[in-house]
Write a protein that binds this ligand. Structure first.
Ligand SMILES: [Zn+2]
Ligand SMILES: [Zn+2]
Length: 489
């Protein structure tokens, strides 16, 4: 009997007793060593995530956060390769031997300007300080907990196979994973698991936008703005002319594309000096690489036109770390959905619920929306392959090896991304519960992949079909990581 790819996976799921909705109380008999470990280690991972929350280190500067996760992995028998891909805080931790090799992605960078205490209202610990507004302390901790749980299971059952934990720095704008991909660090991995803290428990079966970052540095001539204006050429004029043209271009781009910019060097401090230097930093985003590069070229041309028209000079620098759109994988999504449903939703205790209600009240979120964390969002066919307008360096991983992604509820449903609300709640046990839900889904999914070869085969078939037979990965902008992109100059 010959199965097509979907039938192979469906059949394999059937063998696993995958009618998840029928399993109200799951006893996790086969996965006992992994799930028991996670259940008894709540305080270990609660401390770990709260420590990283407290470090709130920015991209490529995550020294303490990375070291803490590495130490924990080493203490649990993992071999850690440090400073990979030219990133001092990047690492790969490995446990076990032989095939299959299952990877898990971990992030741990924070965001600037989002300092926030663990209280249900806006209160910075340090005005303008950093905060974990994207929950990457949970992302990293949940991933590590999952990897360690899988190692316990591999050991307890004597199963052949390898689990790899990829410690990937600087997701927020630094493109840490791109350089892992550029160095071929995913080449020996069969499948990679990934999660992100969210306001719900759901598989992420959507694509994201590709993204490219460019800086435009304009140079003019300084002079007295009143006494000798004819001798001056304003670099700020160059920036303004570019921004004006970019805003005209905006009308004539595909619906899914995006252009945004910040002026990183505003061209002086005093109006009576014609600014000689000014700089603007752009992101362009698009649903595929072709549209991305076309848009980037159009903005580059606008910059050249702006320099010509203002008699200034422009230096154009495309930053390495530009990212691919995420390539979703249907078979992987179905497998993760089954395991999300086995793990089930999250129950908050009285204090956690009161804290969540406080945030909801403060943020105009309906209290009944908080119920969403108790359930798993059902998978529907139409959800597959949709588009999310953000970008992630998981994209580059997903063109090198099949990636399966999901959300677990670690934030308040309906709270905005990159917000004080996410920092506040992420630093409590609400965040830890989300991270350990993710850890369980990692463990169950990896164990399925270790024990049912047809699953990995189905995932690989989907991957080959959607990536295309002749695809050869190349980073969009080859180069070295911009290790100081978050260092204030
Ligand atoms: Zn983010
Ligand atoms: Zn994030």
């Amino acid at each position: 009997m010959k199965f097509n790819k979907l039938t192979t996976v469906t059949f394999a799921l059937f063998l696993l007793g995958a009618s998840a909705s029928a399993q109200k109380k799951d006893s996790f008999v086969r996965e006992k060593a992994a799930i028991d470990y996670i259940n008894k280690s709540f305080s270990v991972y609660d401390n770990l995530q709260k420590s990283i929350w407290g470090y709130h280190e920015l991209g490529f500067l995550e020294e303490k956060s990375s070291a803490l996760l590495q130490k924990h992995l080493e203490e649990n028998g993992f071999t850690v390769e440090k400073g990979v891909a030219g990133e001092p805080t990047g690492f790969i931790a490995t446990f076990g031997s032989g095939s299959p090799v299952i990877g898990i992605l971990a992030e741990f960078d924070a965001l600037s300007g989002l300092s926030q205490d663990t209280v249900p209202y806006r209160k910075a610990i340090e005005e303008g300080g950093n905060g974990h507004g994207c929950g990457h302390q949970l992302l990293g901790t949940g991933a590590v907990a999952g990897a360690v749980a899988i190692s316990k299971w591999l050991k307890a059952t004597g199963t052949k196979g390898t689990v790899q934990l990829f410690g990937t720095p600087a997701e927020e704008g630094g493109g840490g994973k791109v350089f892992f991909a550029q160095d071929g660090l995913f080449n020996a991995t069969d499948a990679v698991l990934d999660w992100h803290p969210g306001g719900r428990n759901a598989v992420s079966a959507h694509a994201t936008l590709a993204r490219l970052s460019t800086t435009y540095h304009f140079t003019g001539k300084a002079s007295h703005a009143a006494g000798g204006p004819d001798k001056g050429r304003s670099a700020l004029d160059g920036v303004e002319a570019l921004d004006y043209m970019a805003n005209l271009i905006r009308e004539h781009i595909p619906m899914s594309s995006r252009i945004h910019y910040v002026i990183t060097n505003g061209g002086g401090l005093s109006p009576n000096v014609v600014p000689a230097e000014a700089e603007v930093s752009y992101y362009v985003r698009a649903k595929n690489i072709e549209e991305l590069l076309d848009l980037a070229d159009r903005v580059d041309n606008a910059a050249r036109g702006a320099a010509l028209g203002t008699d200034t000079e422009v230096t154009i620098k495309r930053l390495a770390g530009a990212i691919y759109p995420v390539l979703p994988n249907k078979s992987f999504s179905l497998l993760i959905q089954k395991n999300l449903e086995r793990v089930g939703g999250i129950e908050w205790n009285v204090e956690e619920l009161a804290f969540a209600k406080g945030i909801a009240k403060e943020s105009g979120i309906k209290e009944e929306d908080l119920e969403n964390v108790k359930t798993v969002v059902p998978y529907t066919e139409k959800d597959f392959g949709g588009l999310s307008y953000g970008s992630s360096d998981v994209g580059d991983v997903s063109w090198n090896v099949p990636v399966g992604s999901f959300n677990a509820a670690a934030f308040i449903p309906g709270a905005p991304g990159h917000s004080w609300q996410n920092v506040a709640v992420g630093g409590t046990t609400i965040g830890t519960k989300g991270a350990l839900t993710a850890a369980k889904v990692f463990a169950l999914t990896a164990i399925d992949l270790f024990t049912v070869p047809a699953l990995l085969k189905g995932i690989r078939t989907d991957f080959d079909a959607s990536r295309g037979k002749d695809f050869k990965y190349q980073p969009i902008v080859p180069g070295k990581p911009e290790l100081d992109y978050r260092v204030k100059k």
